[in-house]
Design a protein around this ligand. Structure first.
Ligand code: PGA
Length: 251
């Protein structure tokens, strides 16, 4: 049985006060009501130490939103995997579509970031997904498979089930327009089949998340699909009651 996983991606949002408020709310809710779901929050780098400190002794884990591929050294402005590990991060988001589109991250770089994360024993949450243009051209399957394969070519299938895949259609991120449960399930099945071609046992154990405008209202519909094991949540992760409601819909 794959354990459900819900990850909150705060993106470049937050402050000390907001981190304190949001995590206080999450801590209470998770302690009260959740047992069958793994919950992870990914604040901006600066708030990671505060989040780790506040969540110590709870079941909520902390992740980062990005990392650099290099060992510590002369890379101004970057953060190394070792540093995240030292701060007690468990997960790191890699290849989010905003990183690919706004900061020019190629699939090759994403594959190297997965490698850097694995070397530091951080669980990578590997984001894949098509743009609206690509979907309308009927290219969804090819694009998602290529993004996944560049990670697998460099890292091998054995990174799973330690690593997680998040399918996030670019047109659904922050738009209020989520994929339908059928659209999401179709791509999740394709991702699982692609991993199964290399190792069916590993494919069966690997957690596949859906992300893109997940809200308390649509979460249950999306998460009831057989190949969807949880969610990567953006906007709704900034409101404790919404995030908790989404987590509860996975139970
Ligand atoms: P959203 O973002 O839930 O606000 O659409 C998801 C994400 O970008 O991970």
């Amino acid at each position: 049985m794959r354990r459900s996983l819900v990850v909150g991606n705060w993106k470049m949002n937050g402050s000390v006060v907001m981190t304190d408020d949001l995590l206080t709310g999450l801590k209470e809710g998770v302690v009260r009501s959740l047992s069958a779901v793994d919950v992870v929050v990914c604040p901006p780098f600066l708030y990671i130490p505060l989040a780790v400190q506040m969540l110590a002794g709870t079941a909520i884990e902390v992740g980062a939103q990005n990392l650099d591929i290099h060992k510590p050294g002369a890379y101004t402005g970057e953060i190394a995997a070792e540093m995240l590990k030292e701060q007690r991060c468990s997960y790191v988001i890699v290849g989010h579509s905003e990183r690919r589109a706004l900061y020019g991250e190629s699939s090759d770089l994403v594959a190297q970031k997965v490698k850097a994360a694995m070397a530091a024993e951080l669980k990578p949450i590997i984001c894949v997904g098509e743009t609206l243009d690509e979907r309308e051209r009927g290219d969804t399957g090819r694009v998602v498979r290529e993004q996944l394969m560049s990670v697998l070519d460099l890292n091998g299938v054995d990174i799973f089930p330690f690593a997680v895949v998040a399918y996030e259609p670019v047109w659904a991120i922050g738009t209020g327009r989520s994929a339908s449960p059928d659209q999401a399930q179709e791509v999740h099945a394709l991702i699982r089949e692609s991993i199964a071609e290399l190792n069916p046992v590993v494919a069966d154990q690997t957690r596949l998340l859906y992300g893109g405008s997940v809200k308390p209202e649509n979460a249950q519909g999306i998460f009831s699909s057989p190949d969807i094991d949880g969610g990567l949540i953006g906007g709704a992760a900034l409101v404790a009651s919404d995030f908790l409601a989404i987590c509860a819909s996975m139970e």
